[in-house]
Design a protein around this ligand. Structure first.
Ligand code: UDP
Length: 240
């Protein structure tokens, strides 16, 4: 059963359960996709019906972001814990490497996915890189054809939210991979372009603060966080 946080239904599972479910979906016929919403994306979904549909239509909705965990708790329906997109991706790649499965990397600025591919192939011996494509294209057709031709088992779709969620919903069948995962800025991290927050920030759930300090232009996006908390408090009042 999913836990509703302001209209987005989150799967109440641990990281290990999420990775096991990802592996199962990868081995199941059909096109499946995973989303990893944080409070900012929940707020975006409240304004954008297509984004809400794409997020709730996913096979797995993982709570990426400490704000979602607080929100669910405040609403009296706590989640088991945070399942970050990047942690999920790493767990999945470990399992894929063990079985020689193949991964396609889609998104980020030209050259970034290629550099990420080189690093990941080194970090996960056995993982096959099926192909890469940057995230700045105008037509979906040639991209889905390239993914289909690559025969990839899994695609990491890193186009930013809510573009990647809508893209996965629209293009899953055409691309032919059994599993797509929407991962925002992860290719920038895997390529070494952007550093992930130090462990202490990760532990405290303050990665967003580290990213803000490293890139102050993100401040405009941050206004959605207090909005999320205000809306959650309002919803709590209604539920009581
Ligand atoms: N991006 C893209 N195509 C676009 C817009 C964005 O490939 O049309 C990429 C962008 O280069 C970046 C990622 O999507 O690598 C979004 O990163 P951001 O840090 O905003 O995502 P978050 O992890 O915060 O969701």
């Amino acid at each position: 059963m999913r836990i509703d946080v302001l209209g987005v239904g989150f799967d109440n599972i641990t990281m290990d359960q999420a990775v096991a479910e990802g592996v199962r979906l990868m081995d199941t016929a059909g096109a499946h996709y995973v989303v990893t919403p944080n409070p900012e994306i929940v707020e975006t979904c409240r304004q954008d019906g297509e984004a809400m549909e794409a997020v709730n239509g996913a096979d797995l909705v993982l709570a990426d972001g400490i704000g979602v965990i607080y929100g669910a708790k405040l609403l009296g329906t706590p989640l088991k814990g945070r399942v970050t997109g990047i942690g999920f991706a790493q767990g999945l790649m470990e399992r894929m490497a063990g079985n020689g499965r193949s991964l396609y990397l889609l998104g980020a600025k030209p050259g970034v996915a290629e550099r990420a591919a080189e690093n990941l192939a080194r970090q996960y011996p056995g993982l096959q890189i099926a192909g890469t494509h940057d995230g700045y294209f105008s037509e979906d057709g040639p991209v889905t054809e390239d993914i289909r031709a690559s025969g990839a088992d899994v695609v990491f779709v890193c186009l930013g939210a809510p573009k990647q969620e809508k893209w996965m919903r629209r293009n899953g069948e055409a691309a032919g991979a059994h599993l797509m995962v929407g991962l925002g800025g992860c290719l920038d991290v895997f390529s070494g372009e952007v550093k992930r927050a130090p462990a202490v920030f990760q532990k405290l759930g303050l990665e967003w603060l580290y990213r803000l300090a490293a890139n102050p232009s993100r401040i405009g996006r941050m206004v959605k966080l207090p909005l999320f908390l205000i809306h959650t408090a309002g919803e709590r009042g209604r539920r009581r």
